[in-house]
Design a protein around this ligand. Structure first.
Ligand code: SAH
Length: 346
């Protein structure tokens, strides 16, 4: 049996663990607090736990703590990109972005990704494995500890498809918003998906207050298929029906992400077709000028085309923002830092 890492365990599971070592149940709460509130980076720091207990844990259940291999700091806006090493040697990346409303961390949910979106660097090396809840939590814990900045917002928009690692992502969401832990409001958490319809429906039933972001990126099924293989599995009609149900169940406004690729999805006609599909839904469109990756020849739309696209959507009464580019001077798009690291290692 594959053992759960200690940071992925609930208080109840920790109680079982304490009992197995002949320790009182209250030790579980202490352990949980050290890991999830005080953000301890070793058992050694947990000074109110008996030394012998700590040593046994160290021996049997090595403490999960990600190691920062590289940190890149943007001179333009203070954005920080972290490359973390996992206990099994795999590497992942996470980003800290500073906004006036608070600090936001973008975390990875998998090592690699198998969704195959054409413009995305994270998917080029394929999928290696899912991240555990503890490995997702620790990206935030380490960033808060290393940077000294309090994290108030979280987006699951790094490498990986969160709905392809559903159970672990769900545990993560409960733990990060837990009063016994960092207690980050679910309203400040966004989960971004390429659109795995049955999982969106399942998520709707969990009664969470998180924001759901849907990577749409196209105005028709045909165009979406050219950019995102998932479009062969679920039509935009099916996806938007699930999204409407999600809104009905949770009352949470939906975000649509739309990466603008020159000559592929950025005409005013695309804007009109998109507006037709999402009009009437309580939603918001986030336009992202595509971040070119060297493996593909996708280009960013001209500034002028982006403005025209935005204006057209607004004319149809849709809320639109253009995503501010953060950290332009450091390895830009999702998965690029990890990829460049892996290429250097070979
Ligand atoms: N798998 C999830 C979350 C990770 S990607 C999803 O698909 O939503 C986070 C967002 O960044 C998605 O909207 C994704 O389509 C977008 N993205 C990925 N690579 C990009 C690039 N090179 N330029 C612009 N957006 C990109």
């Amino acid at each position: 049996m594959c053992k759960k890492d200690i940071k992925s365990m609930s208080v109840n599971e920790l109680k079982g663990l304490a009992a197995a070592y002949g320790e009182k149940p209250f030790r579980a709460k202490q352990l949980y607090e050290w890991m999830h509130k005080k953000l301890a980076s070793s058992y050694e720091e947990m000074t109110n736990l008996p030394k012998a207990f700590r040593e046994k844990l160290e021996r049997d259940l090595p403490y999960l703590c990600l190691e920062a291999l590289e940190v890149q700091v943007s001179k333009l806006d203070g954005t920080r990109k972290y490359l973390f090493r996992l206990p099994d040697g795999n590497v992942i990346e996470s980003v800290l972005m500073k906004y006036h409303h608070g600090n936001s961390v973008c975390i990875s949910s998998q090592v690699g990704c198998r969704m195959g979106c054409r413009f995305c660097a994270s998917t080029i090396g394929g999928w290696t494995r899912n991240l555990s809840p503890g490995e997702m939590l620790d990206q935030i814990y380490r960033i808060q500890t290393l940077s000294g900045e309090r994290v108030s917002n979280i987006v699951i928009m790094g490498t990986g498809e969160p709905m392809d690692n559903y159970d672990n992502v769900l545990d993560f969401l409960h733990m990060i918003s837990d009063e016994q832990g960092l207690n980050i409001s679910q309203r400040n958490i966004t989960v971004s998906t390429c659109g795995i319809v049955p999982k969106i429906r399942q998520l709707a039933g969990e009664k969470l207050q998180i924001t759901l972001a849907i990577s749409l990126h196209a105005s028709t099924d045909e165009k979406r298929k050219e950019l995102m293989p998932i479009a062969y599995k679920y039509t935009m009609g099916e996806l938007l029906d699930a999204v409407k149900d999600y809104y009905r169940e949770t009352g949470r406004r939906i975000t649509f992400e739309y990466s603008l690729v020159a000559g592929k999805n950025d005409t005013e006609e695309d804007a009109r077709l998109l507006a037709d599909k999402i009009r009437g839904l309580n939603c918001h469109v986030n336009l992202i000028p595509v971040n070119p990756i060297k493996e593909r020849d996708f280009r960013q739309s001209d500034k002028n085309d982006i403005e025209l696209f935005k204006n057209k959507l607004e004319k149809y009464g849709i809320n639109v923002t253009i995503r501010r580019e953060m950290g332009r001077d450091i390895d830009g798009a999702c998965g690029q830092l990890r990829k460049s690291y892996l290429e250097r290692e070979i």
